[in-house]
Structures are given as structure tokens and as C-alpha cells.
Design a protein around this ligand. Structure first.
Ligand SMILES: Cc1cc2nc3c(=O)[nH]c(=O)nc-3n(C[C@H](O)[C@H](O)[C@H](O)COP(=O)(O)O)c2cc1C
Length: 400
């Protein structure tokens, strides 16, 4: 889910850096907007480095990185492209501006243009917190349906003891993750997702497989389901629990995955093939455990069916997404795959890094489409899942 993290000018602004990190771990794509006062406390560079995105501070700065905003009026673009606005720390000044509709900087203008869910985490001196003006302003925001994440009591930076300290970043993250309602933009879709590796038996106890963990596919399944899709998850053997509400079809071999996918193709509107399917299987797996002879052994491998190509041939109106995991020439191979498999999008990722790719929580992907490449960059698989789904909808809308 796309989230705006609005940072106000208080001592607690530094805690927003931790918050940005925690929110991303929970799958939010975080776009930071800072007030001028917030920049007195923390450098925008801190947030840019943590999120990998441009930090918005100036209402009249029109430059925006390609692919992040659709509008040339940046605060309107930001307001439209995010589902959640979290302001932390929210200063007494910001709370007053929001309550009365003052729009004199990027954050307060974005607030007025924003139609999604709003979370406010105030932090201020106890007297400011207790002031009738702040109490009245907060009541206005509560009445507007915004969630106020009250500050904690304790010793404040100004030396006073009382309420006013920003709620713990972990608590704020938990509350936002719990209460944020994703857009139901996949209602009516059945998304067929494949995930994980396949196993090709050598004998009853040994097999050939690969390092795929299934994390990317499971993240996609969870995100699509939360956004209202019916999800069929065809999964190879993984150490993950399927998200509640998802129809799980467990398979082991590439052949089983192939038939499960074809079986569920008719009911699907979107197919996402994120599984790492074995290209080959052992021609004749031994019925009994092979004994050690001390001699070299030769295994004859025969090719498995190409599931993506088969889906591409039968896709009709369906939107088909393939994954390309490569160790070199990523974009070139990805583009070839897009054309040869008749896919609508290829999610290309390099898998020879220890930080991203197979069996990690991070990925670094580029989306290859018929209308150009979109580099999503490095992010958590949960965050990338949301962004891949965003682009599937955009590409499909462009196609129709
Ligand atoms: C050192 C220092 C700490 C401040 N801490 C807070 C604070 O925690 N909460 C608050 O509401 N205002 C605080 N202020 C006052 C705000 O910075 C000031 O009201 C400013 O206009 C807020 O701007 P903004 O709401 O656009 O970020 C502090 C000011 C200074 C100089």
C-alpha cells in the first residue's frame, strides 16, 4: 500500500526515520513529505536513503522522478497516488492547519487534496497538548474520521513530565498496519499465482530443486487478496503459511504445477507466474533409493513443459505476468521472454546478489512491458508486491 509519511517540525522528527523503516518492512511504499521546520531537525537525505525515493518538501518544486507520479502538480499527484497519510510527529501547528484547512506548504496542501485514510501521531510539550486550542483542533480531526494515535506520558525533551511524547514507532506501525484499509481495486478479479520452487525426484529420497523461497509469490497472494481479489495460489514446497482466504493448491513437481495452472486458467483474469519451475526433470526417477557404488553416476534430464508459454498461448483476454530470474543480461533476456511467451509483463530480477533475490526478504526488480521498462528498485518483497499489482492494473487499463 502506498503511504505518505508527513513529518512535522518537532524533536521527535528523528523517530520518523525509524518509522519509515518499520513501515516499509510491513509492506508500505513510503513517500516522505517534510515541513520546512522538520528539515531543521532531520535532513531529507536521511529519508531519501531509507526509502529510495525523493523526499517532498517544496510546493513549487516540479521535478519528480519518472514513474513515481502521474501528475505534474506534485502535491495533487502525491495525494492521488497514496492510500494512507500518516503524520508523525504531528506538531500542534500542523494539527491546527489541518483542522482549519490552511494550505500554505506541501504537507498541508497535500492533506487538503487527500481523500484516503489519515492517521495523526501528535508530539509536543504537555502544555501545548493540553491547550484548549489543541484539544478543540484534535476533536475536529477525530470527528472527520481521522485516527489519532495519542502521545505517551513521560519526560519530554523540554524537561517537563506529562503527555506529549510521540507514541512508539512500533506501536504506530502496528496500528497503521491493522487499521489501514487497502483500496479494493482487485474486486472481481481471480488472480492465479504460482510460487516457490519445484522438486524433481531422482529417487524416493533425493531431488533436484532450486533456491526459490516462495516469498515473492506469497507476498503477491497476500496483497492481491487484501485488495479484493479471489486468489488461487499454486505453490511448490516452501516453508511459508498461505495467507488466510487464499485458495492454496500444493504441488511438488513442474508437471503437477503445469496441470494445476491449466486447471485453474479458465477462472482466472490475471496470471502471475513467480514460481521457479525446474526446466528439466530426471528422465526415469529410480523407484528405490540409489545405492552408493563409488562410481560416477549420470542422470539423464528431459525438458519440462514451459508453463508460461502454454499460458501465453491460451491467454485470450487474461493479463499474464512472468518472472525472469537471471544472473546476467537481465533486461535483454526479460524482453525476449516478454515477446516469446506472449506475456503482458515480465518482472525481471537479478538473483546473483546475497541481499536481494532468492530466499531473501528484499528484491530488486524491473518491470518489462510492451510500453517500456519500469525500474522499481530495491525494496521488501511485500512492498514490491503492492507496486507490481499497481502496475498490473495500470498496464491492463492501458491495454483495454
Ligand atoms: C527545538 C524545538 C523543538 C520543537 N518541538 C516541537 C514539538 O515537539 N511539537 C510541536 O508541536 N512543536 C514543536 N516545536 C515548534 C515547531 O517547530 C513550530 O511550531 C513550527 O512552526 C512547526 O512547523 P510545522 O508544523 O510546519 O512542522 C519545536 C520547536 C523547536 C525550536
Amino acid at each position: 500500500m502506498n503511504l505518505i509519511l508527513g513529518v512535522g517540525g518537532g524533536i521527535a522528527a528523528y523517530k520518523a526515520a525509524e518509522l519509515a523503516r518499520l513501515l516499509q518492512d510491513r509492506g508500505f511504499a513510503v513517500n516522505v513529505v517534510m515541513t520546512a521546520s522538520a528539515r531543521e531537525f532531520v535532513q531529507p537525505l536521511t529519508f531519501a536513503a531509507l526509502t529510495g525515493r525523493k523526499v517532498m518538501t517544496d510546493l513549487f518544486d516540479q521535478s519528480s522522478p519518472e514513474g513515481t507520479l502521474s501528475s505534474s502538480v506534485e502535491h495533487i499527484g502525491v495525494a492521488q497516488e497514496n492510500e494512507v497519510l500518516l503524520v508523525a510527529p504531528a506538531t500542534a501547528g500542523l494539527i491546527a492547519k489541518f483542522a482549519h484547512g490552511l494550505a500554505d506548504d506541501f504537507l498541508s496542501t497535500t492533506y487538503l487534496a487527500f481523500t484516503g485514510q489519515v492517521f495523526i501521531a501528535p508530539a509536543m510539550n504537555t502544555n501545548m497538548w493540553n491547550h484548549p486550542a489543541t484539544r478543540a483542533n484534535l476533536q475536529i480531526l477525530r470527528d472527520r474520521g481521522h485516527v489519532i494515535l495519542d502521545p505517551e506520558a513521560g519526560r519530554l525533551a523540554c524537561g517537563t513530565i506529562g503527555p506529549g511524547r510521540l507514541a512508539e514507532p512500533r506501536y504506530i506501525t502496528d496500528q497503521v498496519a491493522l487499521l489501514a484499509r487497502p483500496a479494493q481495486d482487485f474486486v472481481g478479479d481471480t488472480v492465479l499465482i504460482t510460487a516457490g520452487p519445484t522438486r524433481e525426484a531422482i529417487d524416493p529420497v533425493r531431488y533436484i530443486s532450486n533456491r526459490s523461497s516462495g516469498k515473492m509469490g506469497y507476498a503477491l497472494a497476500e496483497a492481491a487478496q487484501r485488495r479484493g481479489a479471489r486468489v488461487v495460489l499454486v505453490s511448490g514446497p516452501v516453508q511459508l503459511t498461505a495467507p488466510a482466504g487464499v485458495a492454496l493448491v500444493k504441488v511438488t513437481t513442474a508437471q503437477e504445477m503445469h496441470s494445476a495452472v491449466l486447471q485453474h486458467l479458465a477462472e482466472s483474469t490475471i496470471i502471475i507466474k513467480s514460481a521457479a519451475v525446474a526446466d528439466y526433470r530426471v528422465a526415469s526417477a529410480a523407484a528405490q533409493k540409489l545405492k552408493k557404488t563409488g562410481e560416477p553416476v549420470t542422470l539423464t534430464l528431459e525438458p519440462n513443459a514451459d508453463i508460461l508459454a502454454d499460458v501465453g498461448r491460451r491467454k485470450e483476454h487474461r493479463f499474464v505476468v512472468g518472472f525472469a530470474a537471471e544472473t546476467e543480461n537481465l533486461l535483454e533476456y526479460g524482453r525476449q521472454k516478454l515477446a516469446s511467451k506472449r506475456a503482458d509483463m515480465i518482472v525481471a530480477n537479478l538473483v546473483n546478489s546475497s541481499v536481494t533475490g532468492f530466499d531473501t526478504d528484499l528484491n530488486d526488480v524491473t518491470l518489462i512491458t510492451g510500453t517500456g521498462d519500469i525500474a522499481l528498485g530495491q525494496a521488501s518483497k511485500r512492498e514490491l508486491a503492492g507496486r507490481i499489482l499497481d502496475y498490473i492494473l495500470r498496464q491492463r487499463a492501458g491495454k483495454s
